[in-house]
Design a protein around this ligand. Structure first.
Ligand code: DLL
Length: 430
């Protein structure tokens, strides 16, 4: 793999500023953001008043803990445009979550918001090792989902040449990578595996492709998966995180030179970690639920938004801004199986460590005889795999490391449903 470490002189000054500079900027911006939300969004006025707090009560960053949380249901209750803080005609762009689990969540951006979003995504793409003039194959979905258009905005801001291929039509993805020779690919890790399969199906060597870096996010993935993808493509694999409610992709990003967690672009997004049960903030370094407050957003300010993503905050390394550890699960995806908490990423880790199995899987939950049962559906890497042996190895690895008994089905290659965007890991038949 090539050394893609960006030249430090090309970074935004704030990326390498002192902590004091960063916190001073955060405090100024936080005061503005709380006032802006309180003055212009009825929901925030009502919520702050009910909690007996006013934006003027904030004199230090720690005072933020006095303010009420915002949850997904607050956004739903104000569907579609009730959380906007500017007149509708100043909103230049609308995005929305898919809404498969209820009413979609609608978010909006002013012209300044789009410019800031472009800046944080540009910063992220640069942290991955891309430079002005490089070619980017953008396979995140275009549309209401923030992935495709958000990355596109940042690629424009950085000065890349973008191939807006979006997700799907996998044979064409491979053909265009072969023909156009992009340096970077932006895609969900699960769809990257589908693209990898297609390389092999066409008899092409993915290691011989032009790709030097993959920028993977929008769903959890493990370091074991990183190693798998890096080896398969002979390229770097780095993690990008974000959520539509906060802006989209580009809230935090892993640096290609360190790959040690994701630097949060703290000049725009203020992070906290809370105990998900008590709601109390915990110290940096402790695990909990990630909460974000926007510092610069005009159309859709968001105050103490509970992401449900579980992680911890770590000090800066390659950049001054704090890091968050790779998100290996969200509380919504946690399966409680006979009293044991299980995340799909734990199954992924066990699977990746089992020889003879391909990296694709789904978890099926059933409840025969009133007892929850988990079945892991996976597939053989090739015709040489002994299905029964590989299945037994995986089941005993899960038993040893996660502590639960599961059934494992090892199907023929190609039998597990492929993702074209975010993978569906859990099929709940209970
Ligand atoms: O997935 C934004 C995005 C697009 C991020 C492209 C990165 C790349 P939503 O559809 O609103 O936005 O989903 C947000 O996806 O709360 C996490 O649970 C999960 N997620 C996003 N990035 C990561 C990641 C986009 N790198 C939700 N690791 C978030 C783990 C992630 N989970």
């Amino acid at each position: 793999m090539k050394n893609l470490t960006p030249d430090r002189s090309t970074l935004d000054p704030i990326e390498v500023a002192s902590r004091d500079e960063i916190t001073a900027l955060q405090l100024d911006r936080l005061k503005w953001s709380l006032n802006h939300a309180y003055t212009n969004v009825p929901h925030y006025k009502t919520a702050f008043d009910a909690a007996g707090v006013h934006p003027d009560d904030l004199t230090s960053l720690g005072d933020l803990a006095k303010f009420p949380f915002t949850a997904k249901q607050d956004l739903r209750a104000n569907y579609p445009f009730g959380m906007f803080a500017v007149p509708r005609d100043q909103v230049k762009r609308i995005h929305a979550s898919s809404g498969t689990t209820g009413q979609p969540t609608v978010v909006g951006y002013t012209e300044n918001d789009l410019a800031n979003w472009g800046q944080v995504v540009a910063r992220s793409l640069r942290a991955a090792g891309l430079q002005p003039g490089d070619l980017l194959h953008n396979a995140y979905g275009y549309g209401l989902f923030t992935g495709g258009l958000g990355i596109h905005l940042g690629a424009d801001a950085l000065g890349l040449t973008t191939i807006p291929i979006s997700g799907g039509m996998t044979p064409r993805q491979v053909r265009l990578i072969e023909d156009f020779k992009p340096k970077g690919i932006t895609v969900t890790p699960s769809y990257a595996l589908s693209v990898l399969d297609e390389f092999n199906a066409q008899g092409l060597d993915p290691r011989a492709s032009s790709l030097e870096v993959g920028i993977f996010g929008a769903e959890p993935w493990t370091n074991a998966m990183r190693t798998e993808i890096e080896q398969a493509f002979d390229m770097h694999a780095v993690d990008i995180y974000g959520l539509s409610e906060v802006i989209g992709p580009g809230v935090s990003m892993e640096c290609v030179e360190t790959k040690d967690g994701l630097h949060i672009w703290e000049d725009h997004f203020f992070p906290e970690i809370i105990d998900p049960n008590s709601g109390e903030p915990v110290a940096d370094g402790e695990m909990g639920e990630l909460v974000f407050t926007s510092l610069t957003k005009e159309a859709f300010p968001i105050i103490r938004y509970r992401t449900r993503d579980l992680t911890r905050l770590l000090p800066g390394t390659a950049r001054s801004m704090r890091r968050m550890e790779k998100v290996t699960g969200r509380s919504d995806d946690m399966i409680i199986l006979r009293g044991v908490n299980v995340f799909p990423t734990q199954i992924e880790e066990c699977l990746m460590a089992t020889p003879g199995l391909a990296p694709h899987f789904q978890i099926e939950l059933t409840k025969p005889d009133r007892m929850d049962q988990m079945r892991v559906l996976c597939e053989a890497a090739d015709a040489n795999t002994n299905h029964a042996d590989a299945g037994k190895t995986l089941a005993s690895r899960i038993k040893q490391t996660v502590g639960i008994s599961v059934a494992v089905d090892v199907a023929d290659p190609g039998r597990v449903e492929r993702s074209q965007g975010k993978a569906v890991r859990i099929v709940d038949k209970r």
